[in-house]
Design a protein around this ligand. Sequence first.
Ligand code: ZN
Length: 504
Amino acid sequence: MLAQTAYDELIQKVKEAATLSSVGGLLEWDQQSYMPSGAGKFRADQLSLVAGLSHKKFTDPRIGELLSELEATGLGAAGDTPEAANVRELRHQYDKATKLPGELVSEWARTVSLAQDEWVGARKHNDFKRFLPWLEKVMDLCRRKAQAYGCKSEPYDALLDEYEPGASAAELVETFASLRQDLGVLLEKIRNAPRRPNAGVVERPYDVQLQRVFGESVAAAMGFDFTRGRLDTTTHPFCTGIGPNDVRILTRYNPNRLSDSFFGIMHEAGHALYEMGIEKEANFGAPMGEAASLGVHESQSRMWENLVGRSRPFWKYFFPQAQRLFKDALRGVSLDAFYGAVNDVKPSHIRVEADEGTYNLHIILRFELERALLLGDLKPADVPGEWNARFKKYLGLEVDKDSNGCLQDVHWSAGLVGYFPTYTLGNLYSAQLFQKARKDMPDLDSHFERGEFAPLREWLRDNIHRHGRRYRSGDLCARVTGKPLTHKPFIDYLNSKYAEIYGF
Ligand code: ZN
C-alpha cells in the first residue's frame, strides 16, 4: 500500500516535469513553422526558462527518495511489468540528470545555441575556420559531460546512452565494419550493372498544392490520425510528439522533385505512428510513455519510407493516383520506370539526400570521426582533411567544399555527439523487424497493392509501439524477431531489391 502511494507520487512528479517540457516542445514546433523570424531572441528566453524549470522539477530530490523507497521493495530490479520498467528507467534517467552540474547545463545550453548560429554562417560561406573554435568548445563540453556521467569503457558510450540506452561504441564498431564491407560489395555490383533506372522522371515540375494533397493522402492511408496530429511546412522536416493525442509532423516541398516531400511525409508519419501508438494517456512522462530509443524510432520512419514506400506493391496502388494528380510530369511514364527512379543508387555528398544503398556510409564516417574527436585521437582542425579522405575511400567521391562535407550537418554544433549511429541502427532494425512482419503476415504485399496498411500498422503497434520503453532496443529486437540485431536482413533486402532493378 505504501509502495503504491510512493509509486503514484513518483509518476505524478515526472508527469509534471514532462508536461512542462512539452510546453517547450510546442514552442520549438512553433519556432520551426509559424513564428515570425524576428521573435527568435524572446523565443530563446522562453525556451531556456522552460527547460531550466523542467530540469529542476525532474531533479527534485524527492524523486530520488521515492525511487529508493520503491527499489527497497524490489521494484525495478527485474521484471517487465510497466511499474518495474518505469522505476528502472526513471532511476537511470534521474541519476544521469543529477550527475550534471548546474553550471555545465547552462554553459552547454549557451554554447550550443551560439555554435549553431556560427555553424549556419560557416556553412553558408563554406568557412570551416569560422566554425573551428566552436567545434573545439563543443567537443570540450562533450568530454566534460561524458566525464560527469561517468563511463565504464570509453567516453563515447556515456553520450550514446542518451539516444540509445545501453548501446556501446565497441558493438557499433563491430556491426559497422561488416556493414561497410557488405555495402562496398553491393555498390560495386551496382556500378557494374547492365542497366540503371532514369531518376529524371521524379525530377520534373510537380505542383506543390497537389504534392500536399498526395502527401496527406498517403499519411492518412498509413493511419496518421489528423484529429490527433497535424502536418505543416518547415525548412528542416521533423516529427515531434507534444503529448497525448498531439503529434506534429513537418515537411518541405520541392517544386521540382516529388520524392523530397512524399518520402519525407512517409518518414515523419512513420515516426508519428510510433508516437500515436505509445499509450501516452496513461503513461505520459513515464518511460512506458516514451519511445524505446532513437534507433527504434528511426526504424519506424525508415520502414514506412523505404521498405514500404519504395516497394513495388506500394506503387502498384499509389502510382495510378500519382498519374491522375500529376498528369504532365507522369504522362507516358510506366510503373517500372517510376519504381526504378525512386530506387536510384548514386553516391552523393549530402547525407539527407542519400539513397538507401549509400546512406549508411555517410553515418559510419561521422561515427568514426566523432569517436576519434572525443578520444582526442583527432584534432578538430584536422576534421576536413580526415573527412575528405574517408569520403573518397568509402563513397569514391572527392569533396569539393566543406559545405558539401564536414559542415553539412547541424549535429556537432548542437552538441549531438553520439546521435548519428542511431540513424544506421534504425535502418538495420527496420529491415530485421520488417522481415519478421513479413513472416507473420505472408500476404503483406497483396495488402499494400490494395492500399491496406492497417495490418502492418497494427503489427507494429502490438509488437513495438505499445511497449514504450518497457524494453531496451536490443532486447526489444530480440524479443520480437527472436535474434539480436545484425546487418544481414538489411543487406539481404537491398541485394534482392537492387538485383531486380539493376539486373546484376
Ligand atoms: Zn527520422
